[in-house]
Unconditional design. Structure first.
Length: 331
């Protein structure tokens, strides 16, 4: 959340607990390590990248000598938890092979031909790496969404970069992949939803039923990747501004049309900022956070329950920055 991280334990039970940690920072992004559940990374806009190794009890800044102060995306490799990626503003991608201790820039990103057109509308003189998605089936393959302007790739671990392709979205906000679906990826972008089946060479845009196409967060089911959930709004103000918010949650099954989840128990519509979504550890399990609270579904989105954790009035005015679901932390 704004100004800190909320750690919720026993989230899948009827008696979760919550504690606020890492206060006083302008949080931009969050990533966790499923193989080391006590470890997480948090990127901030003005104080760099931070890491916890004890479930959020304490945090330390990492990469201060190499990373810019504005870290806008972070990802842990699903194949090797020691490999961590960080995206920054201005747009750059850095990699660590030792869990965040040392970093190197993956040069050449802004040498791509389309880079001259990249621009973040609220600050048009700059742009940033909004999302990094490592391919779970190929350690050398990495997607990077630049906000705004391009979804680009490297297929050799960052030695070289491939520019956007004509069918890719230009304003990617988030992505997801699945270890059981080589070549597939799903994107939520400001200019709509898209998916690929060939590793990003071409993208399709199934939009039937998706009435709100400023898309923010996308997840697929852990055991059934044909089930996709996405959060969206009509535009950036209705997505992010609590005073003007009106956002929705959609689900797609297989090749069918999108279904809006208005009656599933999770608040949507006026007053609700766009949800940040995370895939849970079990079939049909997803988490979602908005300014109205933290929610969980165990049946693929048919019904959501609000987690019984304290939700201060201040959170009602905030726009969540990130969400990570990890196995139970043992400390």
């Amino acid at each position: 959340m704004e100004g800190g991280v909320l750690v919720v334990e026993d989230a899948g039970t009827g008696s979760p607990t919550a504690r606020r940690t890492f206060g006083g920072h302008d949080v931009e992004c969050l990533a966790s390590d499923a193989d080391a559940p006590a470890r997480a990374f948090c990127g901030t806009f003005e104080s760099g990248l931070h890491r916890t190794d004890d479930g959020g009890e304490t945090w330390e800044r990492v990469g201060a000598d190499a990373l810019p102060e504005s870290v806008t995306s972070v990802a842990v490799s699903p194949r090797d938890p020691a490999v961590v990626y960080a995206g920054t503003e201005p747009s750059a991608v850095f990699a660590s092979a030792d869990g965040g201790e040392t970093w190197r820039e993956l040069d050449g990103l802004t040498d791509l031909p389309s880079a001259s057109e990249w621009s973040f509308p609220p600050r048009p003189d700059t742009h940033h790496a909004r999302w990094i998605e490592p391919d779970p089936n190929d350690p050398e393959h990495l997607y990077v969404g630049v906000e705004a302007g391009a979804l680009v790739r490297t297929r050799d671990g960052g030695e070289t970069w491939e520019d956007r392709v004509p069918s890719a979205r230009r304003d990617t906000h988030s992505m997801t992949t699945h270890a059981d679906e080589p070549g597939r990826a799903w994107t939520a972008a400001g200019d709509g939803y898209a998916e690929t089946r060939d590793g990003g060479e071409t993208w399709t845009h199934p939009q039937e039923g998706l009435d709100h196409r400023y898309c923010w967060s996308v997840v697929v089911d852990r055991t059934d990747p044909s089930r996709v959930l996405i959060s969206s709004a009509s535009g950036p103000r209705s997505a992010h501004d609590a005073d003007r918010a009106e956002s929705y949650l959609y689900r797609r099954e297989g090749d069918g049309a999108w279904e809006r989840l208005d009656e599933a128990g999770m608040p949507t519509g006026p007053g609700v900022v766009r949800a940040v979504l995370a895939r849970g550890g079990d079939a049909g399990e997803f988490y979602a956070v908005t300014n109205r609270g933290l929610y969980r579904t165990a049946d693929g989105g048919d019904s959501f329950d609000r987690l019984d954790v304290p939700w201060p009035d201040a959170y009602e005015r905030q726009t969540p920055a990130g969400l990570a679901a990890v196995p139970t932390v043992e400390r």
